[in-house]
Design a protein around this ligand. Structure first.
Ligand code: MEV
Length: 428
């Protein structure tokens, strides 16, 4: 009979005791499951405070992208990613952008939206106007929930009332718009939405149901642009190639999804490294890509009057500096310190610049030699290690694998055997 996954009190145990339960459940020896605990003992107790049922931590590489100049300020950008080539590509694109002054950004205030859903309203149009008339009362009630936010210059800014109809579904939805300053904002706006719901329901003469922020954070937009020198990119054909790649994404959702994935390679890596919510950012980004009813790219590339490449990006970025994992995770705190940003808006600006750089680097590779060659040497290192090469053999094996052009495990094993045979037969 299989062991049961019903383990009463599992959540009350400490991480080490939970780990022992995993051994009992799986019947596996401790060495095989040990990597689930991670190597940093101090992190295990932090993890236990961050989530439920923690047994350890999961490491992924943390790289630092160089060369970023954003609004005249230099940044070294921490990026947490498991994907080879991402950090190198971002650094390289940022180096080219520097030539023409780096990245320039703009954006909105950090305004988040909370939705309060009201059902069973007899007169939705009447309810909408009654709610709009109560704007000042509702904003004051919202602000009373978070005096500190108001003191910091944030707070509830406005309301919008929408009437939804779909089949036999009817709902009045009130949007509360809140300037959340340096927070991601979920806690602040959810608290306000829950506090306001009974009053909103009373005014609308209906019943409230959902009270939650929207990840379509389209009042919290950030934009970045940069000029990439044609010569540094490799010449006018490369510029034309990137412009054509951008047009392809604009014309085709199949391509736009991959184009945007390339952007998110950079953005999600910064979001994760700074302890922010990758899912919130990704939901917001893809929803923004669909804002006109069709999936579109988040960035565009054009050729300017001098023949250089102009890249632009716009997306919502609900990033915070003051809550969640950004506050509790030591590596996220260190990442924010390294970035030395003074506000969540500044963090969003740098992050958008990284997305644009990442995207440009991918399109440049795709429009020229393809991405496989760039991937090959890192990939070859992994294959060489998997083939059993010792640290001292990896360099030579990687060279042969890349030159050979077949970066596969079986080929690596053959080449490793050749290297070992040669070193045995060579005179000492
Ligand atoms: C791979 O992770 C990302 C790319 O596919 C992005 C793109 O195609 O633009 C290279």
């Amino acid at each position: 009979m299989n062991a049961s996954s019903r383990i009463p009190g599992f959540y009350k145990l400490d991480p080490e005791s939970r780990f022992l339960k995993l051994l009992e459940f799986s019947g596996l020896p401790a060495e095989q499951l040990r990597p689930l605990q991670g190597t940093d003992v101090r992190m295990a107790s932090i993890a236990d405070r961050m989530i439920e049922n923690a047994v350890g931590t999961f490491s992924i590489p943390l790289g630092v992208a160089a060369n970023f100049l954003v609004n005249g300020i230099d940044y070294l950008v921490p990026m947490a990613t498991e994907e080879p080539s991402v950090v190198a590509a971002a650094s390289n694109a940022a180096l080219i952008a520097r030539e023409k002054g780096g990245f320039h950004t703009s954006g909105t205030d950090p305004v988040m939206i909370a939705q309060v859903q009201i059902l069973d309203v007899a007169d939705p149009h009447g309810a909408r106007l009654r709610l709009l008339e109560a704007r000042d009362e509702l904003l004051a009630l919202a602000n009373a929930q978070d005096p500190l936010l108001v003191q910091l210059g944030g707070g509830a800014r406005g309301i919008e009332v929408r009437l939804l109809e779909s089949g036999d579904f009817r709902s009045v939805v009130l949007h509360l718009q809140v300037d959340v300053r340096d927070a991601m904002g979920a806690n602040a706006v959810n608290t306000m939405a829950e506090a306001l719901a009974p009053r909103i329901a009373a005014i609308a003469r209906g019943r409230s149901l959902l009270r939650i922020l929207s990840n379509k954070a389209d009042l919290r937009l950030v934009r970045a642009r940069a000029v990439f020198d044609a010569e540094k990119l490799g010449g006018p054909e490369v510029v034309d190639g990137i412009v054509d790649a951008s047009r392809f994404a604009a014309a085709d959702p199949y391509r736009a999804a991959t184009h945007n994935k390339g952007i998110m390679n950079g953005i999600s890596a910064v979001v994760l490294a700074t302890g922010n919510d990758t899912r919130a950012i990704e939901a917001g980004a893809h929803c923004h890509a669909c804002r006109e009813g069709r999936y579109t790219p988040l960035s565009y590339f054009e050729k300017d009057a001098d023949g250089n490449l102009v890249g632009t990006i716009e997306l919502p970025l609900a990033l915070g500096l003051v809550g969640g994992a950004t506050k509790t995770h030591p590596a996220a705190q260190a990442a924010v310190k390294l970035l030395a940003v003074k506000s969540a808006v500044q963090l969003a600006e740098v992050t958008a610049a990284v997305g644009l750089a990442q995207n440009m680097a991918a399109l440049r590779a795709l429009a020229t030699e393809g991405i496989q060659r760039g991937h090959m040497s890192l990939h070859a290192r992994n294959v060489a290690a998997a083939a059993g090469a010792a640290e001292s053999e990896i360099g030579a094996l990687v060279q042969r694998l890349v030159a050979d052009g077949h970066v596969r495990l079986d080929r690596a094993q053959q080449l490793l055997a050749e290297i070992r045979a040669e070193s045995k037969s060579s005179p000492k």
